[in-house]
Design a protein around this ligand. Structure first.
Ligand code: FMN
Length: 190
C-alpha cells in the first residue's frame, strides 16, 4: 500500500495542518506497518503555477508527469490544507492543477464528466484561524469535496481544526478535537 503525504502550510513547525497530517500518517503506519510513505512538501518544494512558461516546456512537463504519476500510484493521499484568505494555499492549487488531467484522472463523456480514480482514499486536514466549518466563508472543504468527487474519489475524509487563531485555548482545543476524531475509524470522520 502506498501513501502520499502532502503538506502546503507556509508556517513550518507552527503549522496546525502539518501537525494533524503527521498524526494521520502515523495512524496509517500503525494500522499498516508495511505502508510505503511518499512525502511531498508543496511549501518547501513548491511547484510552479501553470502558465505559458510551464506549457510546452520539457522540464516542466516532466515534473508535471511525475507529480501525476505519484498521485496515480498512491492508494491513500493525506493532504494538509490550511486556510489562507478563505481558500487553499496557491501551492496546493498548483498541485491540484497537476493531477486534474483529462484522460488520466477524469474524462468528459456524452453522459457528463467521469472521474477515473475511484479507488483512492483521500484524507484532508483543514486548519483555519476562524470558525468556518459549514459556513459560506469556507471555500476549502466544498472546493476539495467537489474536485476529488469530480475525479471519482469515493473515500474522502475531512479532519478540521477551526478557530485556531481565536486564542491559545481555542487552538489547543481544536487540535485536541481533531486528534480525538482520528482515534475513531476514519469512515466516521467524513
Ligand atoms: C497568509 C495567511 C492567511 C490567512 N487567512 C485566513 C483566513 O482567510 N481565514 C481564517 O480563518 N484564517 C486565516 N489565517 C489563519 C490560518 O488559517 C491559521 O493560522 C491556520 O493555522 C493555518 O494552517 P497552518 O497552521 O497549517 O498553516 C491565515 C493565515 C495566514 C498565514
Amino acid at each position: 500500500m502506498k501513501l502520499l503525504h502532502l503538506d502546503s502550510s507556509a508556517l513550518g513547525a507552527n503549522s496546525v495542518s502539518r501537525q494533524i497530517t503527521a498524526a494521520i500518517v502515523e495512524q496509517q503506519r500503525r494500522a499498516n506497518p508495511a505502508v510505503e510513505v511518499l512525502r511531498r512538501d508543496l511549501d518547501t518544494d513548491a511547484l510552479p503555477h501553470l502558465s505559458s512558461a510551464t506549457f510546452g516546456n520539457e522540464a516542466a512537463a516532466a515534473e508535471s508527469a511525475a507529480v501525476l504519476e505519484e498521485f496515480l500510484a498512491a492508494d491513500t493521499v493525506v493532504i494538509g490544507a490550511p486556510m489562507y484568505n478563505f481558500a487553499i494555499p496557491s501551492a496546493l492549487k498548483a498541485w491540484i492543477d497537476r493531477i486534474t488531467v483529462a484522460g488520466k484522472t477524469f474524462r468528459y463523456t456524452e453522459a457528463g464528466p467521469e472521474g477515473l480514480v475511484p479507488d483512492k482514499t483521500v484524507i484532508v486536514a483543514i486548519a483555519a484561524g476562524g470558525d468556518h466549518a459549514g459556513q459560506p466563508t469556507d471555500f476549502i472543504e466544498p472546493y476539495l469535496r467537489f474536485i476529488f468527487g469530480f475525479l471519482g474519489v469515493r473515500a474522502l475524509r475531512f479532519v478540521r481544526a477551526d478557530g485556531v487563531s481565536i486564542s491559545p485555548e481555542r487552538r489547543a482545543a481544536a487540535i485536541e478535537a481533531a486528534m480525538a476524531g482520528l482515534r475513531e475509524p476514519l469512515s466516521r470522520a467524513a
